[in-house]
Design a binder for this molecule. Structure first.
Ligand SMILES: Nc1ncnc2c1ncn2[C@@H]1O[C@H](COP(=O)(O)OP(=O)(O)OP(=O)(O)O)[C@@H](O)[C@H]1O
Length: 234
């Protein structure tokens, strides 16, 4: 069997404290290439905690995350940072674009950080990514000159900058109105359909979750097995 893009094995994260807090417990999942996966569950059920572990932004107390068949358990912080920069893209509820830079410059930053492209090539790729998300006319605007939906689509373009295999999104439409939500959702859906990129998104929006391939439903930090059925039509 081909290796999954991302797998977890008995992933558990406990915050040490006088009374330890279990964020997620015993999570074993397998996510393949080109999947569009929703992480759902009530507030406080551990959705963001799981996404941070999947994105190697937090480290488990026990268990493992494997990326393309390779364990990440023994990687040092530099190797984890490199893996995140090259193979993973992140979109958060708030765009976190740098306010003093234009859309184009914001999208170029991860490419320059990875250091594989010249400045001119990074600029061209950033422009192409923005254009593919319907933002060609907004490439030279700063974030404060964009609408909420446009800003979030710039954040999607930035997440795509280094051609990641996996995009992790934490409530990417959580602060948007319905029109902008649809624009951002369609942008993510297109990345999955056309590029075969895997997208895993935390969402409270059950209508959006129902349009994705699969739902991982969390309750009290654990996967709710009753909710693990594939979505109809997926
Ligand atoms: N640093 C922390 N200290 C103490 N408790 C924490 C900490 N971080 C998270 N928690 C708790 O862990 C649980 C899981 O949090 P998490 O943010 O992953 O949930 P969530 O499902 O994403 O919630 P929401 O939908 O409200 O964003 C919650 O009960 C939260 O209060």
């Amino acid at each position: 069997m081909a290796p999954a893009l991302l797998e977890t094995h008995a992933l558990t994260r406990i915050l040490p404290a006088t009374v330890p807090v279990t964020l997620v417990e015993n999570i074993t999942i397998r996510i393949g290439q080109g999947e569009f996966v929703a992480i759902t569950g009530p507030s406080g059920s551990g959705k963001s905690s799981l996404l941070y572990l999947l994105g190697l932004l937090d480290r488990p107390t026990s268990g493992d995350v494997t990326v393309l068949g390779d364990s990440t358990r023994d990687l040092d912080s530099d190797s984890l940072a490199r893996l995140r920069l090259k193979d993973l893209g992140f979109v958060f509820q708030f765009h976190f674009l740098l306010p003093e830079f234009t859309s184009l410059e914001n999208v170029m930053i991860p490419m320059r950080k990875l250091g594989l492209l010249s400045r001119a090539a990074a600029r061209e790729r950033a422009y192409h990514l923005l254009a593919s998300l319907g933002l060609a006319d907004f490439a030279h605007r700063r974030p404060d000159q964009l609408s909420g939906g446009q800003r979030q689509r710039v954040a999607v373009a930035r997440a795509l900058a280094n051609g990641p295999r996996l995009i992790l999104a934490d409530e990417p439409t959580g602060s948007l109105d319905s029109h902008a939500t649809e624009q951002v959702f369609l942008a993510l859906e297109r990345i999955v359909k056309e590029d075969g990129t895997t997208v895993v998104a935390v969402t409270h929006d059950m209508q959006l979750a129902a349009r994705m391939h699969r739902r991982l439903h969390l309750v009290d930090g654990r996967i709710d097995q009753d909710q693990m059925q594939p979505q109809p039509g997926a």
